[in-house]
Design a binder for this molecule. Structure first.
Ligand SMILES: *Cc1c(COP(=O)(O)O)cnc(C)c1O
Length: 417
């Protein structure tokens, strides 16, 4: 008996992106206002407008607009160090020689700012329920390093971390909790008392408006805090730390981290569409869940009772016994095809061959040569390495049509034929 030969699938004419900007029109209106009033630089109504729009939305008292999410994380770490250990001497970081706990499986922008301030990241393994920082591993880390006073927690791919447990551990050890909500803007979490937005769950929140995030300013970020004094301090540091004086008076080190009023115009326009983007992202996620049913894989996990992700990227993880061998070298990957099995390397290749963009899961920081010498705390085997090995992100652009997504789904199905 001959096998039925499936028609070959043609590559997409236009690339299916992982996540690309989706503009609506209001963005241009706010930019036009900036031009018309000649407020082109890092002051103006759009910056004010974007900050005032984010505060009630996330439920924080103060939002400070900055040039990027990375800048927000940097100033959050500097602020934490400053509060704990005082103003650093010139040329020294605020966390000089101090260890800081950080999510391990994340983009390196979560962790790098620790080093900007002279600190040493100790990486905390993920748990299986949300792929974010494991509260038990964090507790274990405090046993190993009881002097640590700063924790950076990321909400991966828009899925809230086990924030209440992590916060409880931080409180018990008197540590400041910095939240990296760059990927999770608009995601909600029930902390035991109320539903809150990510970015408002820790002591200092950081969000990003980078080009591929759920809403974008083309770039940009914000630091979120309940403290008017801290917001003022961060605002000052972000504008070269000028003192209030008739001349340029400098008493501490500053940075040029302010958001431009043009970018803030895009952010302002985009924020009007955050909920709509979340709904569309959820639709993409659910279509994958339906379409991939029956295959030996699972959608990225989340706690449906205590959280509502923003579904920024739809990710999957292959079952262990459905994995064909894959080799990942320093900067290259290959796989050995096996009938009925597949692996992230194969699926990513098939997608790429068809002009669709997938992405491996963030390679855990403890596996990065950059952080090879840093501490890594894990309690249930190496969860991050396992998710990295078996997981991947699928095209999650909200402009992808149902038909296009069905083609992506069919391509993935065929990897297991
Ligand atoms: C995008 C991102 C950042 C950095 O934001 P930028 O605005 O690009 O500097 C930080 N952390 C995570 C987890 C991110 O995904």
């Amino acid at each position: 008996m001959a096998y039925p030969v499936k028609d070959s699938i043609k590559p997409f004419k236009d690339k299916m992106w992982l996540a690309s900007p989706t503009m609506h029109g209001e963005e241009l209106k706010y930019i036009q206002e900036a031009f018309d009033t000649n407020w082109i630089s890092t002051l103006g109504a759009n910056i004010e407008g974007a900050e005032r729009a984010v505060e009630p939305r996330i439920g924080v008292a103060h939002a400070v607009a900055l040039s990027s999410g990375t800048a927000a994380l940097h100033l959050a770490l500097r602020l934490a160090g400053h509060k704990l250990y005082g103003r650093p001497a010139i040329g020294r970081g605020a966390l000089e020689g101090r260890r800081v706990f950080a999510s391990d499986m994340t983009f390196d922008a979560t962790v790098n700012p620790i080093a900007y301030e002279g600190g040493e990241a100790v990486l905390i393994d993920s748990e299986r329920g949300t792929w974010n920082m494991c509260p038990e591993a964090l507790e274990r880390a405090f046993e190993l390093y009881p002097d640590v006073k700063v924790v950076v927690m990321a909400h991966l791919y828009g899925t809230p971390a086990m924030s209440a447990q992590i916060k409880r551990v931080c409180r018990a050890h008197g540590a400041i909790l910095i939240e990296d909500a760059a990927e999770s803007l608009g995601a909600r979490y029930f902390d035991g008392e109320a539903w809150r937005e990510t970015g408002s769950l820790g002591d200092i929140g950081c969000i990003s408006f980078n080009g591929n995030k759920i809403v974008t300013g083309s770039s940009g970020g914000m630091l979120l805090t309940e403290s008017a004094g801290d917001a003022e301090l961060v605002r000052k540091w972000s504008t070269q730390a000028r003192e209030k004086a008739p001349w340029y008076q400098h008493e501490e080190l500053g940075f040029n981290y302010r958001m431009s009023n043009i970018i803030a115009g895009i952010v302002r326009g985009q924020l009007l569409h955050l909920d709509e983007h979340i709904e569309l992202k959820r639709t993409v996620f659910e279509r994958y869940r339906e379409g991939l049913r029956g295959l030996p894989l699972k959608m990225a996990p989340y706690d449906a009772e205590r959280s509502t992700p923003n579904f920024w990227l739809s990710c999957i993880i292959l079952d262990e016994d459905a994995m064909c061998p894959q080799e990942r070298g320093r900067c290259e990957a290959s796989f050995t095809p096996v009938h009925g099995k597949s692996c992230p390397t194969e699926i990513l290749k098939v997608l790429a061959d068809h002009n669709a963009e997938g992405r491996p899961i963030w390679k855990p920081m403890h596996m990065q040569p950059l952080y090879a010498g840093n501490g890594f705390v894990s309690i249930n085997g190496d969860v991050g390495a396992d998710v990295f090995r078996r997981g991947l992100c699928l095209p999650s652009d909200i402009k992808m049509t149902a038909e296009q997504q069905n083609t992506v789904i069919e391509l993935i199905r065929r990897c297991f034929d």
